[in-house]
Design a protein around this ligand. Structure first.
Ligand SMILES: [Zn+2]
Length: 435
């Protein structure tokens, strides 16, 4: 994904957490004789994956509600938990889900935490958790105040608490978030515009389902994208989740405002939302990255599944095998995602000077024992068990498919307790197939 393209018999030299060289192994070994050598000589090194959209707020509600479409799922599964999330739940849920992502090669995660703002901030819990796991974060709080009226002051306070926590973190930065345009009052849209004057980055859902476009046209006389553009919200560096239902005018607006799309194929399929027109967006020079989406609508956080599903969904939808190829999908999962988050000067490719965010796929596994085409091997053959190492800023956080940073034996029992507590308080029992 860097200037060098793919390098056979290659190696990446890492010095002080940055990529110092990308070249053939012999040249690297000669130039950096003192560096320890990792890898077995037959694996594949890729840039760390960037998941540009998800919800750590769903970290404790996985595997519920498969029979719902998006709006039903929101009413029955997600909305009921929003008022019951605590900072500890945010921390524990994020440790679990960020670990799951790291084990599938994710080194940068874009997130939108959706909760009802209460008396004390909840979202700093996700920053604490990302500091523990060690993945890079681009985090936001995603408020809504329609149909449930919520205090704008409390919403702004939650944004500020998250921004403050991120500013003090190891690798996480803050972005302004907004759930959707139809779920926002005019006052919330105005407050969001004001927040963008402080932090010129926005994370928002746009046109995930047809109902959203209909609701926006009914209440405001224009699509959500048109409303957001008119209010100046898209003037910020914007990552928009989904963008499944787009008119030609919508696409033109995305392009004009350089809005990046976070494509989430697995949740789009689970919730039967529709098929994002990825080949068309790429043709029209709209930046596209991939997201695992939240743990309540995927329901895994496995980026390798998302990478493979992104290719398969377009192939079957277009009934055309070459409509989206492995190199194109891998590009969306790395450099495309980095561009979507405005982080492509730091991560997304194996280029000298960028952060050493790397994934090493091992040779010694049944699925990767031989490699004819490295792109197809990663997109179609690899599983998380094949990931021998993940590094962020040169710090190893995964070794041989095990997380090195988070203390899972300590956190798993607490996660079980909190998951039961949250489901009970939110009244989710009726959503379970087994009760
Ligand atoms: Zn989402």
């Amino acid at each position: 994904m860097g200037a060098a393209g793919h390098v056979r018999d290659g190696a990446v030299a890492v010095v002080d957490g940055r990529i110092a060289a990308v070249d053939g192994y012999a040249a690297i070994a000669a130039r950096f004789p003192g560096l320890p050598v990792l890898g077995d000589g037959g694996g594949i090194i890729t840039p760390g994956f960037v998941s540009c959209h998800g919800h750590f707020s769903e970290g404790l509600v996985t595997g519920i509600g498969e029979t719902h479409t998006l709006w039903e799922w929101f009413v029955h599964v997600v909305e009921p938990i929003e008022a019951h999330l605590t900072r500890e739940m945010a921390f524990v849920g994020t440790v679990l889900k960020a670990t799951e992502m790291a084990l599938s090669g994710v080194t940068t995660v874009g997130d939108m935490f959706c909760s009802a703002p209460g008396r004390s901030p909840v979202t700093p819990g996700i920053v604490d958790a990302l500091d523990v796991v060690g993945v890079r974060g681009d985090v936001s709080f995603g408020p809504a105040d329609v149909p449930h009226d919520r205090s704008i002051d409390a919403i702004v306070a939650e944004h500020h608490a998250l921004a403050q926590a991120a500013a003090a973190s190891r690798r996480t930065r803050f972005r302004v978030g907004l759930a959707t345009i139809p779920a926002s009052s005019d006052a919330l849209l105005a407050a969001t515009r004001s927040l963008l004057a402080e932090t010129d980055r926005l994370h928002v859902h746009l046109h995930e389902v047809r109902e959203e476009v209909t609701a926006s046209r009914t209440s405001r006389g224009a699509s959500s994208i048109e409303v957001a553009a008119r209010l100046g919200l898209l003037d910020a560096q914007t990552v928009a989740a989904h963008c499944v239902w787009l008119s030609d005018d919508d696409v033109a607006l995305l392009r004009r405002h350089a809005v990046a799309v976070a494509h989430c194929p697995v949740s789009n399929m689970i919730l039967a939302s529709g098929v994002c027109q990825v080949p068309r967006l790429l043709r029209d020079a709209v930046p596209v990255g991939l997201g695992v989406d939240g743990a309540a609508s995927n329901d895994s956080q496995n980026m390798l599944e998302t990478v493979k599903a992104a290719a398969l969904l377009q192939k079957v939808h277009h009934q055309q095998a070459d409509v989206l190829t492995a190199p194109a999908v891998l590009r969306m999962a790395t450099l495309g995602g980095a561009r979507a988050l405005g982080l492509d000067d730091t991560v997304g490719s194996l280029d000298v000077g960028k952060a050493a965010d790397l994934v090493l796929f091992a040779e010694a596994s049944p699925s990767m024992a031989f490699v004819h085409d490295p792109y197809q091997a990663v997109v179609y053959c690899a599983g998380t068990r094949d990931i021998a190492g993940v590094w962020v800023d040169g710090e190893r956080i995964v070794a041989d498919a095990r997380i090195l940073t988070a203390d899972l034996p300590a956190i798993l029992p607490r996660a079980r307790e909190l998951a039961v507590e949250l489901a009970t308080r939110a009244g989710l029992a009726s959503e379970l197939a087994i009760t």
